[in-house]
Design a binder for this molecule. Structure first.
Ligand SMILES: [Zn+2]
Length: 107
C-alpha cells in the first residue's frame, strides 16, 4: 500500500526540552528528579528548561509555581532562594536531608 497523503501525522516527537518539561508539570507538581524521569531528560537539562519556562511563561499568562526546598530535619524552608536547584545543606541545622523544590506550571 503506497504512503497515503491523508494519513494522520506521526505522533509528535522531538519535543524541545522546555516543551517536554512544560508537558510534565502542566497541572502536576513535581521535583526536578521526577520531571527528569517523565521527560526523559538529565536533571541538568530539566533545570535549564525550568529557567527558560520561568521567563517565557509570563508572556503566555502562565506562571512557573515553585514550592521551595525545605530541610527535612528542622523544617527550614528556602523561600528566599533565587536559584531553582536543590540546596545542598540547611543553613540552620546543617543537615543535608533537603526536600527538593517542586515545580508546577499554571495560570
Ligand atoms: Zn535544617
Amino acid at each position: 500500500m503506497p504512503p497515503s497523503q491523508d494519513s494522520p501525522p506521526p505522533p509528535e516527537r522531538g519535543l524541545t526540552a522546555p516543551q517536554a518539561v512544560a508537558a510534565a508539570i502542566a497541572g502536576a507538581e513535581l521535583s526536578a528528579r521526577e520531571i527528569s524521569q517523565i521527560a526523559g531528560l538529565p536533571e541538568r537539562q530539566v533545570y535549564d528548561a525550568l529557567e527558560h519556562l520561568a521567563r517565557s511563561a509570563r508572556g503566555r499568562h502562565e506562571k512557573l509555581h515553585v514550592t521551595p526546598a525545605a530541610c527535612a530535619d528542622c523544617g527550614f524552608t528556602f523561600t528566599k532562594r533565587d536559584r531553582l536547584t536543590k540546596p545542598s545543606r540547611c543553613p540552620v541545622c546543617h543537615s543535608t536531608h533537603i526536600d527538593p523544590p517542586r515545580f508546577r506550571l499554571g495560570g
